[in-house]
Design a binder for this molecule. Structure first.
Ligand SMILES: Nc1ncnc2c1ncn2[C@@H]1O[C@H](COP(=O)(O)OP(=O)(O)OP(=O)(O)O)[C@@H](O)[C@H]1O
Length: 277
């Protein structure tokens, strides 16, 4: 659904952000895009949405070159940006103005998402709090029914109950013909939601695996003592003990800890990548 090949991009001369970046994302999945500050997550999402153009290589979405911004593609892609502007209009006027760009927009679903998020429907958008505005955009994004839905830090600014509502509505929205990509630093907000993990670092994608394949190859444990005989790839030690990522030699089932996985890959990239090759 999204095929990025040998992507090169820089904002400034001689300061490449992406070099030979490759990424293939399929329909029917919810991808979590993780990376350090400044790794290029927002930039990559904007390349997919056709808001930034490659310096080299290709970025194809639904077989369209995203930089060409063809209407047939733009009506199938929705990006919820990290920072956004909403006009000084009512929710109703906003929907009447922007929904026509999306042929499968479901107005009934939009108002039911707002209800789920407890958003008052008769306010001017500019009079809402940041979190309320974010919920309006997320509701709108889901109601567009685009095949590609991209969200940049969607849970920033959401209160605690809204985060679980967010997980609920996104999980219900994914269908076999949709691809959802969510970037975040709040990995716990994506717990039980994403089914694949993509990590960007050092100008390229260094990891792209399903949660199932991660838990097949790796096990996540809390140990009271570290033991040299164990196939530990990364350990995070604190007062409670040692949270470790190990080779899953005994085919044990464990629950993925995305924060631990992320730190493990950044600090022991080669050994972990070899396990998945
Ligand atoms: N419009 C711009 N002009 C110049 N440089 C930019 C611009 N936007 C981003 N950058 C730079 O590109 C790099 C990647 O930025 P980007 O926002 O894509 O990273 P990110 O992974 O989303 O970061 P964060 O996790 O902090 O949101 C950063 O070094 C940033 O300073």
């Amino acid at each position: 659904m999204i095929h990025i090949q040998s992507l090169k991009f820089s904002y400034r001369q001689n300061r490449p952000l992406f070099e030979d970046l490759n990424l293939h994302l399929e329909a029917g999945h919810i991808y979590g895009l993780l990376g350090k500050n400044g790794a290029g997550k927002s930039t990559l999402l904007k390349q997919i949405a056709g808001l930034l153009f490659p310096d080299g290589g290709t970025c194809k979405v639904l077989n369209y070159t995203s930089a060409q911004r063809q209407p047939a593609l733009l009506r199938e892609v929705f990006l919820v940006p990290e920072e956004f502007f909403l006009p000084k209009v009512s929710i109703h006027t906003y929907v009447k103005s922007y929904a026509p760009f999306y042929p499968r927009f479901d107005e009934q679903a939009f108002y039911s998402y707002l209800k789920e998020f407890a958003i008052p429907q008769d306010q001017q958008l500019t009079n809402m709090s940041y979190g309320q505005k974010k919920k309006v955009i997320i509701s709108f994004a889901l109601a567009t029914n685009t095949k590609v839905l991209i969200m940049d830090e969607p849970t920033n600014g959401l209160d605690i109950p809204s985060k679980s509502q967010f997980r609920k509505v996104i999980a219900a929205a994914v269908t076999d013909d949709k691809c959802i990509v969510i970037s975040t630093h709040q990995v716990r907000d994506l717990d039980n939601l994403i089914d694949s993990i993509v990590i960007i670092d050092d100008h390229k994608i260094i990891f792209n695996q399903s949660v199932g394949s991660v838990t097949d190859k790796l096990s996540f444990k809390l140990l009271t003592q570290l033991d040299d005989r164990l196939p530990v790839l990364y350990a995070d030690s604190n007062l409670r003990g040692h949270a470790v990522v190990m080779k899953n030699v005994n085919m044990e089932q464990s629950r993925i800890d995305m924060e631990l996985l992320f730190n493990a890959i950044l600090s022991n990239r080669q050994s972990i990548q070899e396990l998945f090759n």
